[in-house]
Design a protein around this ligand. Sequence first.
Ligand code: ADP
Length: 542
Amino acid sequence: MMGQMMDQPLLVSGILEFAARHHGASEIVSRRVEGDIHRYTYRDCEARARRLASALQGLGVAMGDRVATLAWNGYRHMELYYAVSGSGAVLHTINPRLHPEQIAYIINHAEGRYLFFDLSFLPAIEAMARHCKTVKGFVALCGRAAMPADGAIPGLMCYEDLLESGDPGYAWPQFDERCAAALCYTSGTTGNPKGALYSHRSTVLHAYASAMPNGLNVSARDTVLPVVPMFHVNAWGLPYSVPLSGAKLVFPGPALDGKSLYELFEAEGVTFSAGVPTVWLGLINHVMQHGLRFSTFRRTVIGGSACPPAMMDTLIDELDVEVVHAWGMTEMSPLGTACTLLGRHAALPPAQQRAVLRKQGHAIYGVDMKIVDDDGSELPWDGATYGHLLVKGPWVVSGYFRGEGGDILQDGWFPTGDVATIDPDGYLMITDRSKDVIKSGGEWIGSIDLENIAMSHPAVLQAACIGVAHPKWDERPLLVVVKRPGAALAREELLGFFEGKVAKWWIPDDVVFTDALPVGGTGKIQKNKLREAYQGHRLPTA
Ligand code: ADP
C-alpha cells in the first residue's frame, strides 16, 4: 500500500521560494567586487532569481545545459545558484584559483554554454575565452556603468541588463527531483579534475541534514558568513542550508584577509561562519595581534583539512568561539561528519571533552561509513585500528560526470581515499589521506598527528609533514615548518618537543624551515608539491 502524502519533488528552487515567503525580510548582505556593501532581502533575491531564470531561457538555455560561474561569494552568485538550477539547467561553479589551463579543460569537459564571471577575473577570461569552444556567451557580473570597454571578449553581456530582460512573472518549473542541479570538479591533485554532479534531491536533502543541531546547527537566529567559497563544493551547502533556516546571510566577496573579515563580522553581527584552517589563521592573527575580540561571533565550522588543535584552543579559550570540526569532500556534497558532544560527555573534564572535539566527528543522518583493510574486510570501531574509509548515502556520488574514472564504487560504497579510525561512540578521526601516509618499515605514520604537535609549539605558524625516501625504512617523516614572524626555533628543540608525545619511531628525522608552504586552490597545503621539492632531501639518519 502506498502512502497518501503529496508527491512534491525536492527542488532547489523550493528552498528560496520558502525563504522568500516565510523569511522574506531576512537580509542578504554582500561586499561587492566594486568595494561597497550591497544589501537586500530573500524576497528581493527570489524575485531577481526568477527573472534571471526567465532571461536564461531567453538565451536558449535548456534543461540540463551547463551554465558556468567564476565568482566570489556574493548576491549575484546566489541569484545564479537558484536561477540556473531552478530553471532546470546545471550550475557549474569553477574555482578561479585553478590554473587557467585547468579552467579551460573543465569548461570544455563540462561543455558549458554560458559563463558568468566577476570583474576580478576579466583578464583570465580574456586570456582563455577563445579556448572555451562550447561557450556561446560570456556575462560580466555587474551593472552597465561598470562594464569593461570593448575588449578581447566578443559579445560580452552585462548581467544587470540580461536580468532586466527577463519576465518578472516567471514561475519556477516543476520536474523530477533526480535531475542534475549543480556540477563541481575536484581539484584533481592527481590526474585531471573530475566532476561531481549533484541532483536537486541530493542538494535539498544535504541542506536539510547539514543544518540540523548535530551538524552545522543553523537557525533563524543566526547571521551566517560563509568564508568557504561558493566556487568550491557550493560553500559546503550554506547557500541552501542558510535560506532553508531563514538566517541572515553575509557574503565577504573577494576580501578574505583578516582585517576585512573582522570588520564585516562586527558590522553585520555575524554569529556563525565556516572555512578551512588557512583562512582562520589570517583572521585569528589579525584579532590576536590587535588585541581585538568578537562581539557576536560564537561558532564556526572548520574543515577541508584537519583543524590544528592549537587553532581550536585559541578560538575556544581565548576568543570564546565554539569550534565544530567537520569532515567531507566534493564527492559528498560535502558534509559527512561534524563534531559535537554527546549528552554524556557533559560530565567529562574539559580536557577530555576537548579530546573528543579534536576528532572529525559523528556521521550526520544520511551518511553511513566504515573502515576496511586492504582486502576490503570491515575493521572494528575501537578508536585505534585504522583503515580505508568508505561512505554511502543519498548525497554521495555514484560515479563521476561523463563516466570519468569508470566504476568507482566498491560493493556500493564510495572509497574516500582517506585513512581513519572510528571509536566506539562512532566518532571518526582522519589519520591521513592515503597518498600522504608515511610508510616507514612496513608501518604507517599519520602526518596529521605530527603536524598538529608541531603547530602546538609557540614558535610554529604552519607545519607539514611528508615522507622522504630512506634506504632502510623506505620512507621517514620530514617536517617542513614556517616559523611565526620573529620567533627563534632550532631543529633540535622542535624534535625534542615531540618526545613523549608520540611513539619514538614516529618522531620526524629532520626539520627544514621555509618562508611559506604551497597552498592550492581550495586553501589546502599541497603535499605533492612539497614531496617534489624535497624528494632529494638527505635525511641525517640515511
Ligand atoms: P579536493 O578537491 O582537494 O579533493 P575536497 O574539498 O573534496 O577537495 O577534499 C576532501 C578531502 O579533504 C578529504 O578526503 C580529506 O582528505 C580532506 N579533509 C576534509 N576535511 C577534513 C578534516 N576535517 N580533517 C582532515 N582532512 C579533511
